[in-house]
Design a binder for this molecule. Sequence first.
Ligand code: NAD
Ligand code: TYD
Length: 337
Amino acid sequence: MRRLLVTGGAGFIGSNFVRMVLSEQPGCLVVNLDKLTYAGNLANLAEFLNHPNHKFVKGDICDGGLIEKIIGEHKTDTIVNFAAESHVDRSITEPKVFIDTNITGTLNLLEAARDKKLERFIQISTDEVYGALGPQGKFTEKTPLTPNSPYSASKAAADHLVKAFGHTWGVKYNITRCSNNYGPYQFPEKLIPLMINNALNDKELPVYGDGLYVRDWLYVYDHCTAVWKVLTEAPPGEVYNIGGCNEKTNLEVINLILDRLGKPQSLIKHVTDRPGHDRRYAIDANRIMTELDWRPSVSFEEGISRTIDWYLQSENWLGNVVSGDYQKYYESMYSER
Ligand code: NAD
Ligand code: TYD
């Protein structure tokens, strides 16, 4: 029986991963450690909160004592580290918490993995550590790390720490670097759910700059299956890119959303650009496809339909998420743009 300590399991990707594991791997225990920041939400896992193989602990990955205690108590053999501050725009206005959680938090988890001699440490990183691309080319696992935002710099620092713990103390690790995810339970600060929510409410859709920035979109379930493959089949000490070969400009994505919702293009408003905005990301995922036989299973057209349907059917979830602090966030981020 695999015994996982999943961090950040109440966030977007973490909760999708926990749901997948509990649904598809009956022999697996999941201890879910999450601080429940603005991005963490137990409603993301409502139907699994009393599942016998799921133990939720509210806590901070910066609390080293707590991590050791959890590993001792639940005899977990693997850490899967999803916990992070994850939004680029927030990292531009308030970078410090990104350093605390994404770097110091990862350091604490690595110390615990080393001291408790865990079987594996999986670091959920991002393609943003590679920096930005021009119109041509793709990121491979050999692309040098040249992060541009405080968010991606903190994630790159964490990747270096993970490798250093492998090199220095023999911690058995893997690092995964995935492209942009979308799907159910994503907090509406990120492009796709923000645009769905605004369009549903006939609010302006704030497009940064010319809207021709390119992201390589992957449906969240496919990211989760890739992480599971790495966790169960990859040799230690290896890095895997994960992506769906699905590049789209932001305007293409937004127009598709408007189309599906039957809303007019006149909602689009070009606003002041994000400082230091990375022009294009594109992932070469050949390695995980050939070595671990992983494939994405959901096309963009199918995934965006499923995602829009999910938001349409999750009025309560969305209503709770966009009340209170979200309104303040939206005001502060967009009112003078
Ligand atoms: P998210 O912001 O939705 O969720 C992050 C979760 O971490 C939340 O539940 C939050 O409460 C928790 N958390 C934050 N600080 C914590 C702390 N100090 N201790 C414990 N828990 C803490 O993020 P996401 O989009 O689900 O991303 C998950 C991971 O995947 C991140 O590491 C991110 O860098 C990476 N990633 C995200 C994307 C994407 O498109 N969203 C793409 C590639 C990689
Ligand atoms: P985002 O979802 O923040 O992901 P990331 O910056 O980590 O790739 O943004 C995706 C793209 O959408 C990025 O080019 C910025 C752009 N964007 C907007 O144009 N308007 C918005 O309101 C947001 C949140 C993002």
